[in-house]
Design a protein around this ligand. Structure first.
Ligand code: AMP
Length: 268
């Protein structure tokens, strides 16, 4: 496994493998079972697997959130090696955003609802860095998690709108046995906060936004940012809560035609 720090190194490394297929898995590191499921799928589908490891400052509105984001590169590299990754691209911030950088990609409507309302500029940061990663790696396929359902939708839109010749694969949410969706941010939760956080997946799995809102309103120690039905592919009930200083998101796909679909549009 080769670890590349610069765009030039990645390009040089991939130059000789372009006859085969290349799969790209973008991550911010602090790898867990969710990331590993993406790497496993990429390994199964492609001749060459590239994982990017970059905590993208442009998608963080708050500097404390960026500074506190878990970073454990050495361990991540071990896990990536075990998962059969061929190339890790782990650039410094200046490599991705050199002085004078001023070109941004904005998926305007999708990027401004739900998460976008609470994290202005977040999806502009995501779309820009992902498009830049696409330009650097030029993958045949890219792998994202359903855990970030809106992000997957934004990337689907980006690929479609800009006619990028890249296949998007979205993999199911990996959860702990008690239902908590795996997230790098879970490492920031105290044991008590982790127990509180379980209310989110339990509430969303009721399959009704109204029932989920009521359940969360009755849970102690959680601040609810939103619980809404989102008309994504597939449609989901999505929610975001804050537990102490940690913000968690989760979603549960809705079956078309179920009662919960009627919740759509009743949010404010
Ligand atoms: P992150 O490092 O948090 O930016 O996540 C990198 C990729 O892993 C994104 O496509 C996420 O949606 C995906 N991912 C994160 N958590 C999970 C999970 N619990 N199950 C499946 N995919 C996940």
């Amino acid at each position: 496994m080769k670890v590349c720090r610069t765009i030039a190194e990645v390009r040089e490394r991939l130059e000789h493998v372009r006859k085969g297929t290349i799969g790209l898995v973008p991550t911010m590191g602090a790898l867990h079972g969710g990331h590993l499921s993406l790497l496993e799928a990429a390994r199964a589908d492609n001749d060459t697997v590239v994982m990017s490891l970059f905590v993208n400052p442009a998608q963080f509105a708050e500097s404390a959130d960026l500074a506190g984001y878990p970073r454990e590169e050495e361990h991540d590299l071990e896990l990536a090696r075990d998962a059969g990754v061929d190339v890790v691209f782990a650039p410094a911030v200046e490599e991705m955003y050199p002085p004078g950088f001023q070109t941004w990609v904005d998926v305007t409507e999708l990027g401004s609802i739900l998460e976008g309302r609470f994290r202005p500029g977040h999806f502009r940061g995501v779309a820009t860095v992902v498009l830049k990663l696409f330009a650097i790696v030029r993958p045949d396929r890219t792998y994202f998690g359903q855990k970030d359902a809106q992000q997957a939708e934004v990337i689907r839109r980006l690929i479609h709108d800009l006619a990028l010749d890249i296949e998007l694969r979205v993999l199911p949410i990996v959860r702990d046995p008690d239902g908590l969706a795996l997230s790098s941010r879970n490492a920031l939760l105290s044991p008590e906060d982790r127990t509180r956080a379980l209310a989110l997946s339990r509430a969303l799995s009721t399959g009704s936004a109204n029932a989920a809102r009521s359940a969360l309103a009755a849970s102690n120690g959680l601040v609810v940012d939103y619980v809404e039905v989102a008309d994504f592919d597939p449609p989901v009930i999505a929610g975001a809560v804050r537990v102490g200083s940690t913000r968690l998101i989760d979603n549960v796909p809705l079956n078309a035609g179920s009662d919960s679909r009627s919740d759509k549009g009743d949010d404010t």
